[in-house]
Structure formats: structure tokens, C-alpha cells
Design a protein around this ligand. Structure first.
Ligand SMILES: [Zn+2]
Length: 312
């Protein structure tokens, strides 16, 4: 086991300056939304326009004059040359604009792993903000409408001026190993036979991330663990999670692994050889590269897993 954190998590590679200081600069923001050099990424129902060339996927970055109207505008960041990157978040109820020649509408889950770091960061932030704006049209305190403020990084109530900010819900995701260095994976009730992943769950109110690791593994797989090690995090904007990745070891006094029968219907210990053999045979599938689960499994496995071993 290496001691470093996971640094190449697919949706945690953003390299853009978020330019937080510009969010309150109203004059600059109004100008930036009109400048021809500004790059606009349009989102509609979680999808953006992309082009695929030789397996590399690129986001369409439009000039403001070419971007559709009627969207919530959010400042995603500022490039090294000072150009603003804006997310134009279209309402769900408008028809999807026609894709320009050579481009298609694609979701972040489908194409996130094939984007470069810059595009992955822009799409991830835009997707997270799009969900939040869509879900918060009204003030949770008084029920009156809210309007986007701070270049799309807050919403302000029209009646009581209360400001509301985008939230991320923390969740833990854990790869457990035993004394023989086998990995414990499980199959969720809604997954096809042969699909396996690590165990995950939301951090509840009043709980630490480590408490969640212990609770979820006991609830879902019936095991007690110790020797927790934090490995890194990535945003998971489907719709609003922050995934905190851990390794843990099966405790000496742990009961045998057993699925809870409701959320998890199967749990299984894998050696590396078993996982490789069954994946190659097509009887086992692991999560796709966009997920932190995939990276946790690869961290244990010792190298990247073949792309054909991914489930859809
Ligand atoms: Zn209010």
C-alpha cells in the first residue's frame, strides 16, 4: 500500500481559478457576460455539448453571442489569460437546443473520464450549480422566490434578503480488506447480477465521516472494521454529493460478512486473481472510471483495471 492520497480522481482534477473575488464585482460580471473572449458552457438537463476526436472528448465553449438566452449565468472561473468561463444553465422545461455540426449532448457520468482536467472541472462545477439552482427557487425560511446573486454562487430571497449557498452532502465510500488482502465488494439490490462495488453511505446529521464508515459497513455488510485510512475526495454532482474515500481493515473480532438483504443483496471477498479472472470472463463488472469506487478498487488492485471491465 502506498501512503499518498489519490490525486487523479476523475472529477477532482479541476485546474481553473474560481476567481471568488470577482463574484461580488457586479460591474466586471456584467461586462464579462458580453465579452467576445468569454467562454460559455451551456448545460441542459445535466448535459453539455461535446465533440469526440480520437477518443478525446472536448466541451463546446461558445462566445456569449452564440449561446442560448434565458439561462441562469454562473461564473465558473477565470483562465490564465483573464477570460471568464461561464456556465449557462438552461431551464429543464425548454426544448434542448439543436447541437451544432459535430457535437452531441452528453452527461458528465458518460464522458467525465474522457475530458481533460480543465473541462472536467468546468463541467463538474456547472452540473453541481445547475442542480442547486433548479432545486432552490424558493426561500426555505419564508417561501418567497429567490434570485441568483454573486455571479450564480448564491441565491437571495426577494422578501427577506436572506442569502442561500450551494451545499454538498458528504458521503463516505470504503474499500475493506481482510488479513489475506482480499477486497470486500457488494452488489446493490437495483444492480444486475455480476455488478460489484465498494460500500458507501451518506454522513448523517451529528455524525463524523469515520462514524459513518463504521455504521454503514455494519449495516450493509455486517462487518466491523478498524485501521481506517482517508484516501481523498471527489465531488459527485448527481445531484449534490461529496464522496470521501477510505480504506479500512476487517477487525479481528468482526462477524462474517453478510448482506443486509434490503439495500445490499450480495457481498463477496475477492482476491486480485479472482477479480481479474471473472472480469476477463465477463461474469463480474466494476464501476466506471468516473467514480471514486473504481479508483479505490484500483488502489487495492495495484494498477488500472481494463476499461472493458466497467459496468455501464
Ligand atoms: Zn425569505
Amino acid at each position: 500500500m502506498t501512503s499518498e492520497l489519490l490525486t487523479q480522481l476523475t472529477l477532482a482534477r479541476a485546474d481553473i481559478d474560481r476567481a471568488e473575488h470577482r463574484r461580488d464585482d457586479q460591474q466586471w460580471w456584467i461586462e464579462a457576460q458580453k465579452l467576445a473572449s468569454t467562454r460559455v458552457i451551456v448545460l441542459h438537463r445535466g448535459q453539455a455539448l461535446v465533440r469526440t476526436t480520437d477518443g478525446v472528448v472536448q466541451l463546446l465553449q461558445q462566445s456569449p453571442v452564440d449561446a442560448p438566452q434565458g439561462a441562469v449565468q454562473v461564473l465558473l472561473g477565470v483562465g490564465p489569460d483573464g477570460d471568464a468561463y461561464i456556465g449557462a444553465l438552461l431551464p429543464d422545461d425548454v426544448a434542448q437546443p439543436q447541437a451544432p455540426e459535430g457535437y452531441q449532448w452528453r452527461g458528465l457520468r458518460e464522458c467525465g473520464a474522457d475530458l481533460d482536467a480543465g473541462d472536467a472541472g468546468l463541467f463538474t462545477a456547472a452540473a453541481a450549480l445547475a442542480h442547486w439552482h433548479r432545486a432552490h427557487p424558493m426561500c426555505p425560511r419564508c417561501g418567497m422566490p429567490t434570485e441568483p446573486t454573486q455571479a450564480g454562487w448564491s441565491r437571495t430571497c426577494s422578501a427577506d434578503a436572506m442569502q442561500h449557498f450551494p451545499r454538498s452532502d458528504p458521503a463516505v465510500i470504503v474499500l475493506v480488506t481482510d488479513d489475506d488482502d482480499r477486497a470486500l465488494l457488494g452488489r446493490r439490490v437495483d444492480w444486475d447480477e455480476g455488478f460489484y462495488s465498494t460500500f458507501a453511505g451518506f454522513v448523517e446529521a451529528g455524525e463524523s465521516a469515520e462514524m459513518t464508515v463504521h455504521r454503514e459497513l455494519f449495516e450493509e455488510a455486517g462487518v466491523r472494521v478498524d485501521r481506517l485510512r482517508y484516501l481523498g475526495s471527489q465531488p459527485w454532482p448527481f445531484p449534490a454529493s461529496l464522496m470521501l474515500g477510505y480504506r479500512a481493515r476487517l477487525a479481528a473480532q468482526s462477524p462474517a460478512a453478510e448482506p443486509d438483504g434490503t439495500e445490499i443483496v450480495e457481498v463477496r471477498w475477492f482476491t486480485r486473481e479472482e477479480l481479474a479472472r471473472e472480469c476477463a470472463a465477463g461474469t463480474v463488472r466494476v464501476p466506471p472510471a468516473v467514480s471514486i469506487a473504481r479508483h479505490l478498487i484500483e488502489h487495492w488492485y495495484g494498477r488500472e483495471l481494463d476499461v472493458t471491465w466497467s459496468r455501464p
